[in-house]
Design a protein around this ligand. Structure first.
Ligand code: ADE
Length: 226
């Protein structure tokens, strides 16, 4: 089973996303174990300080190394991490291939950054992988971690009831997913494509494949070049 530890100074921000729908069911079915840790619980001073002014001056607080080290050291008593990930806008950009690889690991730790970032020595000595969820800056790594965890967990076999459905997601073959329709067949004179009602499985598959290629060519030609 995949176990994910998340280190944050805002644990409440992360509770919501993991408590619903697919992520909730994955935990109930014991296909994944998610544990949220408050870095503040691993401070040693009476003010429970987790951040401080940056050396050399400049605006913005920096997360201190000691509470993070204490938290990680404590977690390492129970497990050996395959990856210790830091969520940061200057990390490697998340894609389906990274999510696939991480879904096959056993133990992952994810550190959520805040303020100006973390003391560089954390990145140098504790972090094995740095991930960005896109070229924009969030207030903290928590929402980014939730995105990463969601993208990983849904790929674990058994998490999605129809196991094949994750295989047909957009990006799984470097291709976008084809359009889908449901009832009614006609709405405001807008018809569902005839072929989907034909019951002819092979033709439907071929139509979907062609639609996927067409859509990818139009919207994300860069994917076809990969
Ligand atoms: N923290 C702040 N912005 C982020 C981003 N774009 N990706 C990952 N972590 C972040």
């Amino acid at each position: 089973m995949l176990h994910i530890d998340i280190l944050t100074v805002l644990p409440d921000l992360l509770k919501g996303p993991f408590d619903h729908s697919i992520l909730k069911r994955a935990q109930q079915k014991q296909l994944v174990e998610l544990a949220i840790h408050n870095i503040r619980d691993f401070t040693t001073d009476k003010h429970k300080t987790t951040d401080d002014y940056q050396f050399g001056g400049g605006a913005g607080m920096v997360m201190m190394i000691e509470p993070i080290d204490n938290c990680l050291t404590n977690l390492k008593l129970n497990r050996t991490f395959d990856e210790v990930i830091y969520m940061t806008p200057d990390g490697e950009k998340l894609n389906q291939s990274i999510a696939n690889q991480l879904s096959m690991k056993s133990n992952i730790a994810i550190l959520c950054g805040h303020y100006k970032g973390v003391d560089e020595r954390v990145r140098k000595h504790f972090i094995t992988k740095e991930i960005s969820i896109g070229d924009y800056v969030l207030s903290g790594g928590e929402l980014a971690a939730a995105v990463l965890v969601d993208s990983i967990v849904r790929l674990i076999p058994g998490v999605i009831s129809d196991e094949t459905s994750a295989l047909f997601d957009s990006f799984q073959d470097n291709m976008l997913a084809p359009p889908v329709y449901t009832r009614p067949e006609i709405y405001n004179e807008w018809q569902v494509p005839e072929i989907l009602l034909s019951g002819h499985f092979k033709n439907i598959e071929e139509w979907r494949f062609n639609q996927a290629i067409e859509r990818t060519k139009q919207r994300r030609p860069d994917l076809l070049n990969d």
